[in-house]
Design a protein around this ligand. Sequence first.
Ligand SMILES: Nc1ncnc2c1ncn2[C@@H]1O[C@H](COP(=O)(O)OP(=O)(O)O)[C@@H](O)[C@H]1O
Ligand SMILES: [Mg+2]
Length: 255
Amino acid sequence: MLEQITATRYVTPLKEGGSLPGIIEADDLGTYVLKFRGAGQGLKVLVAEVLVGELARALGLAVPRLTVVDLQAPIAKYEADEEVQDLLTASLGLNLGIDFLPGSFGYDGSRPPSPEVAAQVLWLDALTANVDRTWSNPNLLVWHREPWLIDHGAALYFHHGWPSRGANPERFAAQPFDASTHVLRDVAADPAGAHERLAPLLTPELLDSVTALVPDEWLEPAPGLDSPDALRAAYREHFQARVANPSAWLPGGAS
Ligand SMILES: Nc1ncnc2c1ncn2[C@@H]1O[C@H](COP(=O)(O)OP(=O)(O)O)[C@@H](O)[C@H]1O
Ligand SMILES: [Mg+2]
């Protein structure tokens, strides 16, 4: 599992985020962006954050360190803002912490990544069906002059269908990806080349090590998926089915 720490102070809400993330301090003296388990979108967005973020990191892309943050009752009790207090109270237990990158700014195109890195990011987003990396919502931070990937909660949308439909890797494998509004589309050199380089890295071992990072209690049972390890296996099978079928989703290159 990801490293676990404990929140010591709620600092402030992050106004820009749609999911009302906040900034907290923790007992390791770090500062983190907190994605709350009690926010409207539920636990599945936290799972997507971990799976896609850690997959990106394993492939060599820059992602802020992810941690599991235990939020305990006293932090909520002494919060003055009622809306925040409700969110904190609904989020007691394990939340997602993302290492805060001080002095970072939102990607605006003024410091584009190399064409190779851009193609890797585009490939990752197409593979994981991440629709949330567009010009209106880049979810890329520039920090120490490098692009850092954040906010993968919208990826892997298929799991929201699990409670009603159960798992279906073949369906995900065949789902197209619309790259037309992707923020790095015009910088990405050669998505097919990125696929050739990156697809072989998605070994069963790598996928197992990434799914193992998700806390058991975030993996909600669904029909046919009645244990955390059954859910981990289902995610692995979805990745494997999709990576084997690039003709369905791999974007064409700029070149
Ligand atoms: N690790 C981080 N370091 C610094 N700022 C961050 C970090 N993560 C998020 N932010 C800021 O908070 C905003 C919202 O975070 P994001 O993960 O995109 O949440 P949401 O799901 O609400 O869109 C980002 O656009 C960015 O400005
Ligand atoms: Mg965002």
